[in-house]
Design a protein around this ligand. Structure first.
Ligand SMILES: Nc1ncnc2c1ncn2[C@@H]1O[C@H](COP(=O)(O)OP(=O)(O)OP(=O)(O)O)[C@@H](O)[C@H]1O
Ligand SMILES: Cc1ncsc1CCO
Ligand SMILES: [Mg+2]
Length: 256
């Protein structure tokens, strides 16, 4: 089962209850926020389905002539650098200009930033635009942080870090919390992390504190993952079971 037990070394424990997570989930479902995602070609479809299962309204365009309008009419925004081409590169720039104008909090997913200097440069240019939350796995955080602890990275960069893996850690440098929900099959399907980043962007629409938004998002993703893991036979059946579990989570009768 989920452990919300916070562990904090050099950071204050974040006490964030399951009830608070459920209440934010209800707010998200009631509000149905628009979340614009510039994301990679592998993750687009799954990410859109995950947001829809939660009750958010995804959009994904990267067209130069409309990206600013989409961002300005959205409540949440995600930049994911998993597959980069000229169109996405331009969209990231224009999208982040619009985010700045609109004062919107955004999430950065620096996919595979550990794999190429060009990607590291792009991720750092996105970091300079001050994401509210960076959601990444351990290899990606190591590349971005140059080996700093998660807390020091978050503090020095002025962001909330949502570091995922078998156990997730969320920290803003001052406060920290570990989230141990989830299932090993989550790492056996593509784009689970990418979709989790989009879910963080969704929760940022209903919670101003980025640390609480990230904690709630990863808790919800982890709980749905656990449920789906119990109900599926392998990666193939895990994906639809995960979408069903997200949809049903916390509703009457539980996620059954
Ligand atoms: N072994 C595991 N046990 C439990 N949960 C896991 C495990 N591996 C990953 N997860 C969960 O899966 C989600 C995605 O995390 P992960 O670190 O795998 O992202 P990622 O490497 O960025 O994935 P991708 O790039 O394929 O989208 C998180 O919610 C995380 O908690
Ligand atoms: C497989 C893959 N390659 C680039 S992005 C992506 C989706 C998971 O990050
Ligand atoms: Mg990833």
């Amino acid at each position: 089962m989920t452990s919300l037990a916070p562990e904090a070394k050099g950071a204050e424990k974040l006490v964030f209850s399951l009830e608070e997570t459920v209440s934010l989930l209800e707010r998200l479902r009631a509000r149905g926020p628009r979340v614009h995602c510039i994301t990679n070609s592998v993750a687009q479809n799954f990410t859109a389905n995950v947001l829809l299962a939660l009750g958010a309204v995804p959009s994904m365009t990267v067209a130069r002539e409309e990206i600013s309008d989409f961002v300005k009419s959205a409540e949440g925004f995600l930049v994911n650098i998993g597959t980069i081409d000229d169109e996405r590169r331009a969209a990231i720039d224009l999208g982040l200009d619009a985010v700045e104008d609109a004062g919107l909090a955004f999430v950065l997913d620096p996919v595979l930033v550990n794999r190429s200097p060009a990607r590291l440069k792009l991720a750092k240019s996105c970091m300079a635009r001050r994401p509210a939350v960076v959601r990444a796995n351990a290899d990606e955080v190591a590349a971005l942080s140059g080996g700093d602890t998660p807390e020091d990275f978050a503090k020095n960069a002025g962001v909330t870090l949502a570091l995922t893996g078998a156990v997730d850690r969320v920290t803003d440098g001052r406060r920290a919390m570990d989230i141990a929900s989830g299932h090993p099959l989550m790492a056996r399907v593509t784009a689970m992390g990418c979709a989790a980043s989009a879910v963080v962007a969704g929760f940022l629409c209903v919670e101003d504190d980025p640390l609480k938004a990230a904690a709630a998002a990863l808790t919800v993703v982890g709980l749905a993952g656990e449920e789906a893991g119990e109900r599926s036979q392998g990666p193939g059946s895990f994906v639809p079971a995960f979408l069903d579990a997200l949809y049903r989570l916390g509703r009457e009768g539980g996620a059954k």
